[in-house]
Design a protein around this ligand. Structure first.
Ligand SMILES: Nc1ncnc2c1ncn2[C@@H]1O[C@H](COP(=O)(O)OP(=O)(O)OP(=O)(O)O)[C@@H](O)[C@H]1O
Ligand SMILES: [Mg+2]
Length: 303
């Protein structure tokens, strides 16, 4: 069975912008696939449609996850919440609740399995507590379990977000630029851990990335988007700079230049660092907004 099956997916935003243009895509269970494309090519829009956060155009189309349609013909399924239990969405800006401990943040992944009365008194069953501890251990941050999430580094926060995916017992991970706000060492670590979720825990992973070299290093298969169309779907190793230039023209440089994950030596200076600082600033603004939303949700668990 395919983990993800997409047919003829189109999305036109209110401003007339066609962000997805008849996307067909199959991802088998247990695959790890990179989604690449220049800024604005539709990566986030596609991932959001796969998770059922956004409805497509009302034309014949469907998105099916593990055999269950999450949206069809422009309508998100009524069972979206139940289908989404199998899906963990990992964001560039980590999406942890800063004022809560790492333990509670990770246990949020188990919320859908915990009875309301337990949520109200903030007590998670022992089995879930043990799963949380084991997952943090697997992601290498067990030492931080009792710390507030806001005190962790970006890389540690992202590793906690991956631990939450394990606690959720998700079968599919959709990661939207999970390393865009991280330094090279943390990026390497987080990509390695995503790979471990795939190889050691059997999760299907789709990860959007800006850099082709990282896609090549960690994902056997790459899907490339341009203006909402799939322009390449095949082995990552075949995506040579020449082919990328053919597919993207001048925009190919955006995918080829930033090799920060492999070059820690120049990490503190130069244009790459400036880009990263801008990304981190942008991410910080997002975290603020996302944390407010998540805190309202999590207050049920902690009150
Ligand atoms: N809510 C929205 N309203 C209108 N247009 C949108 C909206 N979200 C995305 N778009 C447009 O859809 C296109 C695809 O955007 P998307 O965010 O999916 O690109 P992306 O590949 O994720 O880019 P980036 O690498 O910068 O994150 C862009 O042209 C964008 O401006
Ligand atoms: Mg994006």
């Amino acid at each position: 069975m395919d983990a993800i099956h997409i047919e003829r997916l189109c999305k036109t935003f209110n401003n007339g912008r066609k962000a997805l243009d008849s996307v067909d895509l199959n991802v088998g269970e247990g695959e790890m696939v990179a989604l690449i494309g220049a800024s604005g090519s539709g990566k986030s829009t596609l991932l959001r449609h796969i998770a059922g956060f956004t409805a497509s155009d009302p034309a014949p189309s469907h998105v099916t996850l593990l055999g269950r349609p999450i949206q069809q013909n422009g309508k998100v399924a009524r069972e979206v919440r139940s289908i989404r239990r199998d899906v963990a969405f990992v964001f560039q800006q980590f999406n942890l609740v800063g004022r809560l401990t790492v333990r509670t943040n990770v246990l949020i992944g188990a919320l859908s399995r915990v009875p309301l009365w337990r949520r109200l008194i903030g007590r998670f069953p022992r089995a879930e507590q043990e799963l949380a501890a084991a997952s943090l251990s697997a992601m290498g941050i067990a030492d931080h379990i009792n710390e507030r999430a806001s005190t962790l580094s970006g890389g540690q926060q992202q590793r906690a977000a991956l631990a939450r995916a394990l606690v959720q017992r998700a079968r599919i991970v959709l990661a939207d630029e999970p390393i865009a706000s991280l330094d090279p060492e943390s990026s390497r670590r987080v990509m390695g851990l995503l790979q471990s979720l795939n190889e050691d825990h059997g999760l299907t992973v789709v990860v959007s990335l800006h850099q082709i070299d990282i896609a090549m290093k960690y994902c056997a298969r790459t899907v490339a988007l341009r203006n909402g169309c799939v322009v390449y779907d095949g082995p990552s190793a075949s995506l040579t700079p020449a082919l990328l230039r053919e597919l993207y023209g001048a925009a190919a440089e955006e995918l080829l230049t930033d090799t920060t994950i492999d070059s820690d030596t120049d990490a503190d200076t130069g244009p790459a660092q400036h880009t990263r600082v801008r990304q981190v600033e942008r991410a910080a603004a997002h975290v603020e907004a996302a944390s407010t939303r998540a805190a309202a949700f999590a207050s049920v668990a902690s009150s």
